[in-house]
Write a protein that binds this ligand. Structure first.
Ligand SMILES: [Zn+2]
Ligand SMILES: [Zn+2]
Ligand SMILES: [Zn+2]
Length: 117
């Protein structure tokens, strides 16, 4: 049976329908859970700071200093890559951790580079 996870809180449901009916306390732009669209991996890196956790639940429980829209880490939804490119300026780094450590002058919301999926 398939499992679907909320990208903001990591809660697990067996259908997207049920997932999106549930209220989410961590969604910064809405009231409901939002499905995580990335691949199932052994480690989930944070989109904004690159820290890695073994589950979406643990990742989204942690406070993120670099997330401009909410307080918690949010999963990076792309596949694992050998090079991560900033979607705003095109600079590339070997890890999300390194990429998001650098300041980006072209990021409209945050201050650091953000990975392209
Ligand atoms: Zn949620
Ligand atoms: Zn983070
Ligand atoms: Zn950048």
């Amino acid at each position: 049976m398939s499992k679907y996870y909320c990208k903001y809180c990591g809660i697990e449901y067996s259908s997207v329908r049920n997932l999106t009916l549930g209220g989410c306390s961590k969604n910064p732009s809405g009231k409901y859970h939002v499905p995580y669209e990335g691949p199932i991996k052994s480690k989930y890196p944070c989109y904004y700071c690159g820290i890695e956790y073994s589950s979406l639940r643990n990742l989204t429980s942690g406070g993120c200093l670099k997330n401009p829209t909410s307080k918690n880490h949010i999963p990076y939804e792309g596949a694992e890559q050998s090079n991560y490119v900033c979607k705003y300026c095109g600079i590339s780094y070997l890890s999300i951790r390194n990429l998001t450590s650098g300041g980006c002058s072209k990021n409209p919301q945050g201050k650091c580079h953000e990975p392209l999926r």
